[in-house]
Design a protein. Structure first.
Ligand SMILES: *Cc1c(COP(=O)(O)O)cnc(C)c1O
Length: 455
């Protein structure tokens, strides 16, 4: 007899397909996260030796758990960095799940890898990286940054054998994303922490930091950000990139959020990414792919593979070609992972079916919304911008408010299901922040959120 756990329960399948269809057809409800009227129910006793009825369990999820998650695809989600996957990418994500696709190696999954690599090649071309650049889709910006900085450290160490492994450093702006600090922590290396110029990592700020440091010779790489998460600020990619080239330093660009602006009318601001040795962008942010999906690209994938490929007797069959030959492309050779969901496929399917122009329109729409919001803020009595809008992030102040007022207002908007907007800190002060992403966020909603700060 076949194991029942591996047989399709037709009634359950129908119920799940119905659930998925209804969720895809509805306007995304904002929903409540931790802000529902009651705390999450106790799940005690739910997992038993014999298992429970599946339809009942789906109902339990629907009634008790689903609305306790804020819908990141709601056009009213304006906090953190939202995520609004295209319909085609979500539908295809279900295909990836149903097909149990593994995206680890060329041997097992060449069909998935060629498609993912087509999407990566498009991103590399947009970024101005040379033909032959490539990498893999990994779980997120954090995993992408860690993988890239591992290669950068190892290359730096090869270039400077006189330094111990733990002595090599990267020059990092004080405004770099928290995942950069975490990556250095995991790698056991330190940063040359650079105080940026008005939050922008410039060549001048780098040169100042190097001049003031007792051991500038230990800096083997530079980490720049193409759109800070808190404020959308783009570092001096041109200046830093050219400096890195001239001094044989590894140049990493973290574009997890803002790299997507390569598809917007502001793409010129990102042209310095072409200098990068490694570059990341999260399609699960502003390129409208489902979580979780980071595109990790290397200028020289052979070098990345040299330091990251896992070697084991049972994996020898994956590595039959010689060191320079990239025809057998194993995504596992370019990141820290081995097994891997073929997480680039939903993005690839959506790119192919919607076309690149649709991405350009949708990416630009978020910038247009940010500019609209800024104009509306400036026109209002008692409101002011904290700084000019950058990409799709708006930082602003309701004059006279402190942390308590911002937090109470944010809570109220979520409870009333108007929008999800959370405050941030800017130079120590609590301020309001919009992160635009969903092309369907309306001007009316933006004004309703601003109006809600005056009642
Ligand atoms: C979001 C973000 C990250 C982290 O990415 P995850 O996908 O959340 O791991 C890193 N850097 C920047 C600039 C980001 O915006």
């Amino acid at each position: 007899m076949k194991d029942p756990m591996f047989q399709l329960d037709k009634e359950l399948a129908e119920a799940i397909f119905r659930y998925c269809r209804e969720r895809l057809e509805m306007d995304a409800p904002l929903d409540f996260g931790s802000h529902a009227d009651s705390p999450p129910p106790s799940l005690e006793g739910l997992i038993t030796a014999g298992g429970r009825d599946a339809i009942d369990t789906l109902q339990f999820f629907t009634d008790e758990l689903a609305h306790r998650v804020v819908s990141i695809d709601s056009p009213g989600f304006l906090a953190f960095i939202p995520n609004a996957p295209t319909m085609n990418s979500r539908l295809f994500d279900m295909v990836v799940a149903a097909s149990a696709l593994n995206g680890t190696s060329w041997l097992e999954s060449a069909g998935a890898v060629v498609a993912e690599n087509q999407a990566l090649a498009l991103l590399a071309e947009r970024a101005g990286l040379p033909a032959g650049s490539g990498g893999a889709f990994v779980s997120g910006g954090t995993a992408g940054n860690l993988s890239a900085l591992t290669v950068g450290r190892d290359v730096g160490h090869v270039r400077h054998p006189e330094l111990a492994m733990h002595e090599v450093r990267f020059a990092v702006s004080a405004d770099a994303h928290s995942s950069i600090g975490k990556a250095l922590h995991v790698l056991g290396i330190k940063a040359l922490l650079v105080e940026p110029d008005d939050h922008c990592f410039t060549l001048a700020s780098l040169e100042r930091a190097l001049a003031a440091d007792p051991h500038p010779e230990t800096v083997v790489g530079i980490v720049a950000t193409s759109g800070t998460t808190n404020a959308g600020i783009i570092d001096d990619l041109e200046g830093l990139g050219a400096y890195a080239r001239a001094h044989d330093l590894w140049f990493h660009v973290d574009g997890a959020y803002g790299g997507a602006a390569l598809f917007s009318e502001q793409r010129e601001l990102l042209s310095g990414i072409r200098h990068a040795d490694s570059f990341i962008v999260d399609p699960h942010k502003w390129l409208f792919a489902p979580l979780d999906c980071c595109a990790l690209l290397y200028r020289n994938p052979v070098m990345a593979r040299k330091f990251l490929a896992q070697q084991a007797s049972y994996l020898d069959v994956l590595h039959t070609a010689d060191a320079e030959d990239l025809t057998e492309w194993n995504p596992s050779d370019f990141g820290l992972h081995l097994s891997r969901r073929a997480r680039g496929l939903p993005f690839w399917f959506s790119l192919v079916t919607n076309g690149v122009s649709a991405y350009e329109t949708a990416t630009q729409a978020a910038i247009t919304k940010a500019q609209y919001a800024a104009a509306s803020i400036e026109a209002r009595e008692g409101f002011e911008l904290v700084r000019p809008v950058s990409l799709s992030i708006v930082l602003y102040r309701r004059q006279g408010w402190g942390a308590e007022e911002y937090n109470a207002w944010s809570d109220r908007l979520l409870r009333e299901q108007v929008a999800f907007v959370t405050p941030t800190k800017w130079e120590g002060e609590t301020v309001a922040r919009f992160a635009f992403l969903h092309p369907d966020t309306s001007y009316e909603l933006i004004d309703a959120v601003l109006d809600s700060m005056t009642v």
